[in-house]
Design a protein around this ligand. Structure first.
Ligand code: CA
Ligand code: CA
Ligand code: CA
Ligand code: CA
Length: 333
């Protein structure tokens, strides 16, 4: 009895101090923990799109909840292009530029171009807060580099998410190799200390598939009110395995996959039970001969052509298929 009460007291004080919530909030890691993706990928602009990057830049957003009032950092794991993790073509001669933006012009809900979906449009909207070019630098190989500190109010306030939005752009400004990297939104410059209630998102996701047969990667778009169908596009899939669309309502719909240096597109209907929840796009590897170092691109839009976000921490949690929804629907009224 006494032990029980002690455990209860510990749990209560932990939850009051916010520690319990932290363990539930995984949106600061990019890619997120539920996504099971090893790395983001951006190639140098002299690279070939057939290696899996269609445009040689990648845009990500961080949303910092309004009630968080401390400074924070954006950490990059393996920002260099060389040594471990990165994809060499010839020799390592690639330089990538990472830039952090805040202020007006960042919020993609108010500035369409900020989404970074169309080449030539100004995806660099906002105030430049920090930037750095990385080449083949052993100092940052398999290690973190931290941007910051930043003040949350330096972001662009978004009323819908009640959050300050920041943007980080990675561009391959020179060379032809692939930079593989990850982000972490942190309260600390030296360690990964997440911010409760924060999240990250992108509109065009360029990432590396697993180099094994069994690991399944996931990305999680959120279905907002008014979405009737979605148009899923994927690039340079190298005919690797299959893409399954899973939700509370869908047990698994097979989406067409692209081949080499090519886009595939599919239109998928959205049912009322799926509105207000996340979808789970699952990326399963082809069995037999392993497709190695497969980099791919995924985008998504609704029936009006508006791009949908992929959240690093799925809104409302990972969706679980519920057979009961189908059963209920099948019954005559
Ligand atoms: Ca490296
Ligand atoms: Ca090279
Ligand atoms: Ca790297
Ligand atoms: Ca590929």
């Amino acid at each position: 009895m006494k032990l029980k009460r002690t455990i209860y007291t510990i749990l209560l004080s932990l939850s009051l101090s916010g520690l319990l919530q932290w363990t539930d909030t995984l949106g600061q890691e990019v890619p997120g923990r539920d996504e099971n993706i090893t790395f983001l990928v951006t190639f140098g602009r002299e690279g070939e799109t057939s290696w899996g990057d269609d445009d040689f830049y990648q845009v990500f957003f961080f949303a910092i909840p309004r009630d968080f009032n401390q400074q924070f950092y954006i950490r990059i794991f393996d920002p260099d292009v060389g040594g471990e993790h990165d994809e060499i073509q010839g020799d390592f001669n690639t330089r990538t530029l990472f830039s952090v933006y805040g202020g007006q012009g960042v919020d993609p809900d108010r500035n369409e171009e900020s989404k970074g979906l169309n080449n030539g449009l100004n995806y660099k909207g906002g105030n430049l807060l920090a930037s750095r070019v990385f080449g083949d630098e052993p100092r940052y190989d398999n290690k973190y580099f931290s941007f910051g500190p930043f003040n949350p109010t330096a972001g662009d306030f978004n009323t819908k998410w009640n959050s300050y939005i920041f943007k980080i752009v990675c561009e391959g400004i020179k060379g032809d190799d692939g930079n593989l990297y990850r982000y972490f939104l942190s309260r600390d410059p030296e360690n990964n200390v997440p911010i409760e209630g924060a999240n990250a998102f992108t509109y065009e996701y360029t990432f590396r598939m697993w180099n094994d047969f069994k690991s399944v990667a996931h990305i999680y778009p959120y279905v907002d009110t008014g979405v009737i169908y979605i148009r899923l596009r994927n690039f340079d899939w190298d005919s690797d395995g299959n893409i399954l669309v899973v939700s509370r309502y869908k047990q698994g719909i097979d989406a067409p996959i692209s081949g080499e240096d090519d886009w595939a597109e599919s239109r998928i209907a959205i049912e009322p039970p799926e509105v207000g929840s996340s979808l789970d796009f699952q990326f399963h590897k082809r069995q037999g001969e392993l497709v190695k170092n497969n980099n791919v691109v995924v985008t998504l839009e609704n029936q009006r052509g508006d791009a949908l976000q992929f959240f690093s921490s799925p809104i409302g949690g990972v969706p679980v298929y519920q057979a009961s929804i189908l059963v209920r629907k099948a019954k005559p009224k």
